[in-house]
Design a protein around this ligand. Sequence first.
Ligand code: HEM
Length: 468
Amino acid sequence: MVANAKWLTMENHLQTDGTSTPGIPPAARLVTEVWGPFRTLLAARRNLLEIIPEAVTRRPIISGRTGGVRWHMVAEPEALRHILRDRLDIYPKSEVIKNILEPAIGQSLFIADGDHWRWQRRAAAPVFRRRSVDGLAPIMSAAADTACCRILAGSGRAELHGEMVQTTFDVIGGVLLAGERKLDKEFVHGAIEAFLASAARVSVLDIAGLATWIPRPRQFFRPRSLKVLRRIADDVIADRLKQRDRPDRDFLDTLLDGMDPESGRRMTPGELRDNLLAFIVAGHETTALALAWSFFLCAFDVQVQKRLRAEAAAVLGGRTAGAEDVPNLPYTRSVIEEALRLYPPAAILSRTACAHDQICGREIRAGDTVILPIYALHRHRDLWDSPDSFDPGRFSGDTVIERYAYLPFGDGPRVCIGASFAMLEAVIVLATLMSRFRFRRIRGLDPKPVMVLTLRPSGGVHLAVERI
Ligand code: HEM
């Protein structure tokens, strides 16, 4: 590892095209020469991944200054542990990402810092315990079956990204909004999608904290449907609070019961609403992306698809997968883990330093933006063999992955609270669909990894589908 990377300014980097190597799935074009702020802005509007310097896949840290903001991109496991775990106190989530999400999810667990974050995390912890999450598997299995029916009714082709967005919404809607008679799920889904689309429009440089100088009217973040959505969530909570002694208690009841064991504090209805929406916003699109990229990669590598199908067929014997099958589907899981390495949905995380510090020998000042380029970390030349290749074998058997070299769910105290929920759902859906269909790439329609808010398959994941 080079401990002493050069201080770069973001002016003028040429790009190399990493997208068309045979046998290598599509990759983003990282920057190889210094660019000025205007060109950086234009590239970022297309694809935030395209402002990551290629050097960050070879060095521990790259620093620069854009539009007056000092920034550091860090891709070194020890340094990442320092930021995410040891000195969480001086690296809170960046203000810009909070500004984007706050109109929808308030000061929820996802956004809050310090004590207000800590007690909410403790209060929500029981909801995400293994036993509670396993209890949600029937909703996940039903959503997988519904996806099979939609694909079966199609024309022999399917767009798997759209399919998986629908499927994961069926799950999160079924989990959090179950049994709400008044609820128009289509409206809720539409409102969430509209919010994510508007957030994506303004997020381009915000995610990296690089363009605080661009003015953004507050209403940019507030599509009209958001107000209605928050009112619907308020109604769901109010209705549930009136029926506290229902016999069959579900995920929402557990959330409502949540209490911080240290302070005895419970969430107010407003805090419950913000967290409910936070789980929908944070959990639905990310899991859909993990699945969409997994389907694409299985179509990309026919041998992997065959092996996954053989595993699913042997374990399921035609059934829909459930929680009890998941321990017997290790290869399916490793395909998802490898998809999360190559295409991490949260491909860039960012923090704002709030005190003086040193990272990899570099001076960090209060106010500096610290960027965690997870996409580049997962393809770092010193951390991975053949980093751009698709090889689920990295995650199987006894292989030990260096902990802070692989961060699809972040790490430290703010690690994704929904990681086991997401993995359970992804394994159930992928194994069920793979045991029933064969998926093939369609020439000229491979997706490209493009990051706007999350790392999406640009153009969609169009695959030919054949019933087995
Ligand atoms: C494959 C799917 C998922 C991925 C890749 C993912 C990724 C992440 C990442 C990287 C973080 C840390 C962000 C940071 O440190 O800046 C995070 C946090 C979080 N995620 Fe997930 N997530 C997924 C699924 C879910 C699900 C299913 C839920 C809920 C049902 C969820 C709820 C949350 C919440 C509430 C936080 C904030 C935790 C805290 O700050 O204490 N996520 N997620």
